[in-house]
Ligand binder design. Structure first.
Ligand code: F6P
Length: 332
């Protein structure tokens, strides 16, 4: 029988854009490591920290009360150096020097590309998907998405109060990089007049002008247009609305506020589950995978395969929005 590799000390890092729930994942990794009799070292500033030997021993005190804390106590970065062989060899040196038997990397696609390269140098790795964009192909859900949605929804609800009072049009830009998951989810939840996403080619007349006109005809006196950052600039959309419809919209770019704040229950729970399963895999001698959620359950998908997987925006959600928002004059 093949002997199961014994993991005695592991590292954990967060890399790429931070997302609410990363701390919950760090805590779960460190506590599960303890459960299996492993030591856990925190690598600060993502892959860059592995190159520069920037580490901290994750003591019980360090991870106490971080379950509900936004951001990441380990800091995060996007490392150019790790993209070079020289950088990765230095990182390998740090793993050897610290006696790390494996690394849990928490982040998005860029983080997993780094993890794959490190695994090719012989370091066992496990990935945990965390990004507010929810744009990781292998996993239905990524840590931070729910929190970011709720933050955006709270902000837009506030905007709506003042837009309604002044009978204005609001154009709100939300994050999401090249994906429209955040914008569409938020748009449905705030009852947006229209949502513009990168996955759907913009027909300005149909998607914006007609939607505003229909909403007006059904009695609306204020309008909410949600723009995914990947679909274009809210400032430009606002200017086009002014020109085409003759109303003067107010533009808000929500920006990094969406990445902050306490994680929601869903993000804390998912992060804890994923952190646990990542370390359990090490304890059982497995590595080289991303911990994913698929139809609610946890799956381990080999990193190389995970990186090739695609996830498409569920267009039925767009259809729901089309059916419900801006119903037009026949509504009564
Ligand atoms: O990937 C998370 C994200 O917040 C994207 O939604 C956004 O496009 C990007 O990061 C912003 O990156 P930065 O923090 O470098 O400005």
């Amino acid at each position: 029988m093949e002997e199961v590799k014994k993991f005695k000390r592991i590292g954990v890092l967060t890399s790429g854009g931070d997302s609410p729930g990363m701390n919950a994942a760090i805590r779960a990794v460190a506590r599960t490591a303890k459960h299996y009799g492993m030591e856990c070292v925190g690598i600060r500033r993502g892959w860059q920290g592995l190159i520069t030997s920037d580490f901290v021993i994750l003591s019980a005190d360090m991870i106490r009360h971080i379950l509900g804390l936004g951001g990441t106590i380990l800091y995060t970065a996007r490392s150019e150096d790790f993209m070079t062989e020289k950088g990765r060899l230095k990182a390998l040196g740090t793993c050897k020097m610290l006696g790390l038997d494996g690394i849990v990397a928490i982040g998005g696609d860029g983080t997993f590309k780094g993890a794959l390269e490190l695994s090719r140098l012989g370091v066992p790795v496990m990935g945990i998907p965390a990004t507010i964009d929810n744009d990781i192909g292998c996993s239905n859900y990524t840590i931070g998405f729910d929190s970011a949605c709720n933050t955006a929804i709270e902000c837009i609800d506030k905007l709506r109060d003042t837009m309604q009072s002044h009978e204005r049009c609001s154009v709100v830009e939300v994050m999401g990089r090249n994906a429209g998951f955040l914008a569409l989810y938020v748009g449905i939840a705030v009852g947006a007049t229209s949502v513009l996403v990168p996955e759907k080619e913009l027909d300005f007349e149909k998607d914006v002008v007609e939607k505003i006109q229909n909403a007006r005809l059904s009695g609306a006196t204020h309008f909410m247009i949600v723009v995914a950052e990947g679909a274009g600039s809210a400032i430009e959309i606002g200017a086009r609305i002014k020109e085409a419809v003759g109303i003067d919209p107010r533009v808000t770019v929500l920006g990094h506020i969406q990445r902050g704040g306490a994680p929601t229950g869903r993000d804390r729970e998912t992060a804890t589950r994923m952190g646990y399963f990542a370390v359990k895999a090490f304890a059982e001698g497995r590595s080289g995978s991303v911990i994913c959620t698929q139809e609610g359950s946890i799956k381990e998908i080999p990193i190389e395969e995970a990186l090739k997987m695609e996830k498409h925006l569920q267009m039925y959600r767009y259809d729901i929005l089309e059916a419900i928002s801006a119903p037009g004059i026949n509504f009564h």
